[in-house]
Ligand binder design. Sequence first.
Ligand code: SAM
Length: 213
Amino acid sequence: MDCFKTYYDFLVSENEKYNLTSITDYNEVTIKHFEDSLALGKAINLSKVTTLVDVGTGAGFPGVPLKIVYPHLKVTLIEPTGKKCVFLNQLVLKCDLKDVIIVNDRAENCSSLRETFDVATSRAVGSLSMLLELCIPLLKVNGVLVAMKGPDFEEELKGITHALNCLHASVVRITPYELSSGMGKRTLITIRKNEATAKEYPRPFATMKKKPL
Ligand code: SAM
């Protein structure tokens, strides 16, 4: 069975019901969603990773394409919108994916998942500073966050020094890449968690927004 074909067909057929994506053309979905999700493998060696969390996965990007290509991964998808979780649960059954946990909640509420994952990732969810606060607490010490960003990441990167200090994390790699068929430039920012996270993080979402680290 071609999981990506099943994924595409289901994404497009359920899109109206669940408001999953603005991209529905086959080529565009293949490149901007599937290929882009799999680009995470350019930043880290996923064959050596066991547990991965995708924060704000929406319709499953990048977590589900990664699970399809790296079936050994134990993937947790965090998504607060209930109807997107309904879609994800059905998709996982359709593609017969094992070891995928879908958590219908906001990342900052997932205290039972603290210090659990080797890798955290997130695409199109928030500023780098906010992603750090949402994702770093979920990582084991020495785990990495791979933030998926566009080409204009420099300004955001300059603004995260305080967040990195508060969360005991450091930037280890910047990986620029280009999608096929000229569909855009992207950047992976790999950030390592160096020490356990203080209990005060993550702060409530309203505080994170009002007073970013
Ligand atoms: N990652 C997917 C992608 O790249 O297509 C979805 C991106 S969508 C623009 C942002 C998603 O982040 C939404 O599905 C939203 O519900 C989720 N989200 C927003 N705040 C969140 C939070 N605090 N914790 C977890 N997910 C969150």
